[in-house]
Structure formats: C-alpha cells, structure tokens
Design a binder for this molecule. Structure first.
Ligand SMILES: [Zn+2]
Length: 403
C-alpha cells in the first residue's frame, strides 16, 4: 500500500463542510463504542450493522449525510480500538491494557472514505466530495503525480485535519518493489544516547536535535500561550501557533527517519538492530527525551519498510548482552552505563562501547536469519555429504517450451 498526500485548497465554507464530516465520523466511532460498552458480547459485524441503525435514527439526522462507506470505516475504527484492547488482555501485556476511550474534539482528526463519496477530476488535480455534506471540489496541492495509478487502485481517501490545514491521503494498492544490486555488505546498528546509532564498522550517525533546537521557541510559545486568557481570541491564536510548531518538528523527525533508513537499507544486504521496547524506555525519565527525540521507533519502521521494498533482510535481535559481551571472543565483560570503552581482560580486545555492541548485534543477526525454518536448525539429523548425487547429473529432463 502506498500513501500519497496532498493539501486541499478550498473556501472557508468548504472547510466547514469537511469539519462537519470529520465530526460525524467521530460521532459514529464514539456511538459504536458506546453500543459495545452497553452490549459487551457483540462483534465487528454487529457494529457494522449498527451503522445502518444510526443512519436511520431521526434524532441524529447528520449521520445519514455521511457517505455509507465512511460510516462503516468509522465503525471499523471503533472495532480496531476494541480489538487492540482484547489483544492486550489476551497477551497479558504489562501495564495499561488500553480500554477504548471516546475521542474528544481536537485539531488533529480525520474521516475516511473508501471507494465512494469522492471523485478525482480527469486531470487528477482536483477532488470532489459528493456525500451529504456537499463539501464540493478542492484543488490538490502535492508533489505526487496521481496519473501513474489506475482509479481502481485507489482503495481509500482519508481527509486529515491538521493545525495548518486540510489534507487528502490517498491509499493506493500497489506493492512497491525496487531493483537493487547486492552489495555484499552487512551491518549491525547500536542505538545510543550519544549518537543516533553506531554501526558495526564503527561509523556513527549523529542525533537529530530538532526537538532540542525547537525546544526553546516551543517553551516560549508555551509560556505566551499560558498567559493568554481562557476563551480569548489570543489564546486560539497561540494554540494554533503551538500546534504548527509541533507539526514542524514531527515532519523534520520523519524526514530524518526516512532518509537515514533508506540510505542504510540501500547500501547493505542485511541490517541487524536491537529489538528495543521503546515503550518501556520512555517511562524512564532520563532516557525519554533523547529517545523520543532520536525517533528510533520511526526509524526502525522505515528500515523494515525499505527492507521489503529493496529485498534487504532486516533482523531485530534480542538486546540482552549485546553491550556486555566481547565481540571478539564472546566473553562477558560487565560494565556500567558510564563505561564508554569495552576492554576485554580475556583477549585484550579494546573498542568503543557502542561499536562493540554493534558488532555483537550483527553477529546475532547473521546467526538468526539463515536458520529459521530449516531442518538443520533442529539439530536432530546428521548431515551426510558422502552419498549425495553428483551436481552435474541431470535429475530431470528439460521441459519442452510450450508452443
Ligand atoms: Zn574478548
């Protein structure tokens, strides 16, 4: 699935219609959630059916205005929140299980259309929304050419409201596969606080300090915002400014993650990294800033995405012992977080702490990946090469080509 985004240009009135559609989508999601809370043993199909009940309800006339598939999509959203909660309970995930909650009115919000309720113009530079809210035709501002894809590949269109405007996201059903010559290189990555990562060759990538840099201006904005009076126009203005600033930082972070991940994946045949539970780490107050700043999770997702696109193996290895073991001889060398250099008393190998860890990660990655699912991994068969058929003996006649 490819996702393209374009900004929507329209009139104030049109934006208000989009607001109404977004609000209705939220209403349907919340109503479905309420329905589930009152009848706990229902499933996703009953939720879908409930959409039709809502649309026919005269007390909530606006629901029928929303495109029927968009209503369904909202019900699915409610269901996915419920399903996630069930999943967490089943797995007995530590901490909060994420009991589904009602969505409040907020700036960042969206409504999802599937294959109906919208139409692209012939030149594909405009989109028209045709459901009961009658938002009309918007000009699309984006860098992607939508002509490359057939209309039937457009599976979903999501209208997203952000602090700086309204966007259309097109989900296009297309497997993205790109050709790449094998490089013969493998790499292990160790994420650290001092650097964004250190690789198994000892190269380092610096942390993006977007958040730090923007922090000062964010703080100032925050202070100005808190000085404004509740309900005043000024407050609305500063809330929007603040939201735009956050938006900018998150875009910078994403940009960094995409570029770095693409670069790493394209120039290697295998990428190994630690399977870090960032969720647990962010709870630790001291680490949190750097980790969320460094955007590690996002980077990892993009590494895995590009791995699929370019046909590169990506392995997440368990983080246990990667920083303690000696990458030269395998001995355990205990060290605290403040010890920056790894010195092995056994073999004398001396290396930067993170570099040593990256070498271990690559080693574990290589050990894991070649053996999944093969019979030799179980260790209960003897490999005997002596009776094997010679390689040059043709085992089967060539099939005749069809005429
Ligand atoms: Zn050693």
């Amino acid at each position: 699935m490819l996702v393209f985004e374009a900004k929507l240009e329209g009139t104030k009135q049109q934006y208000q219609s989009l607001d109404n559609a977004i609000r209705t989508a939220r209403f349907v999601r919340n109503a479905c959630l309420r329905y589930w809370m009152d009848n706990r043993d229902i499933g996703r199909y009953q939720l879908s059916a409930y959409c039709a009940v809502l649309a026919a309800d005269e007390n909530v006339p606006w629901v029928a205005k929303l495109n029927s598939m968009a209503r369904q999509a909202s019900a699915e959203r409610a269901w996915s929140a419920i399903a996630r909660f069930f999943e967490n309970c089943k797995k007995n995930k530590p901490g909060k299980k994420g009991y589904p909650s009602f969505k409040k009115e907020q700036t960042h919000s969206s409504v999802e259309y599937k294959t109906s309720g919208w139409k692209l113009s012939i030149d594909r530079r405009h989109i028209t929304f045709s459901d009961g809210f009658e938002s009309g035709t918007f000009k699309l501002w984006g860098t992607r050419n939508l002509h490359f894809y057939q209309l039937k590949q457009f599976k979903r269109v999501r209208v997203v409201r952000r602090a700086d405007g309204y966007y259309a996201q097109f989900c296009i059903n297309q497997e993205r596969v790109e050709k790449r010559e094998p490089t013969g290189k493998t790499i292990g990555l160790d994420v650290g606080l001092n650097h964004f990562y250190t690789d198994s060759q000892g190269n380092t990538i610096e942390n993006p300090r977007h958040l730090r840099k923007s922090e000062k201006s964010l703080k100032r904005l925050q202070r100005r915002f808190s000085q404004t009076n509740k309900g005043s126009k000024n407050r609305v203005k500063f809330r929007n400014k603040l939201a735009r600033k956050h938006l900018k930082v998150s875009r910078q972070r994403k940009d960094f993650a995409v570029k770095t991940a693409r670069c790493v994946v394209q120039s290697h045949d295998l990428v190994a990294y630690e399977d870090l539970q960032v969720g647990n780490m962010i709870r630790n107050r001291h680490l949190s800033k750097s980790i969320s700043d460094a955007a590690w999770t996002q980077f990892r997702q993009w590494v895995e995405y590009f791995g699929k696109v370019f046909g590169v193996v990506t392995v997440a290895v368990p983080p246990q012992g990667t920083s303690q073991n000696c990458s030269n001889c395998g001995e355990v060398v205990k060290k605290s977080l403040s010890t920056r250099t790894h010195v092995c008393p056994d073999c004398g190998y001396t290396q930067d702490r993170d570099h040593n860890a990256a070498r271990n990660i690559l080693e574990i990655g290589l050990r894991t990946v070649g053996h999944t699912g093969t019979q030799a991994a179980s260790g209960d068969i003897d490999l005997c090469l002596c009776g094997a058929t010679p390689a040059n003996k043709p085992s089967r006649r060539k099939r005749k080509p069809k005429e």
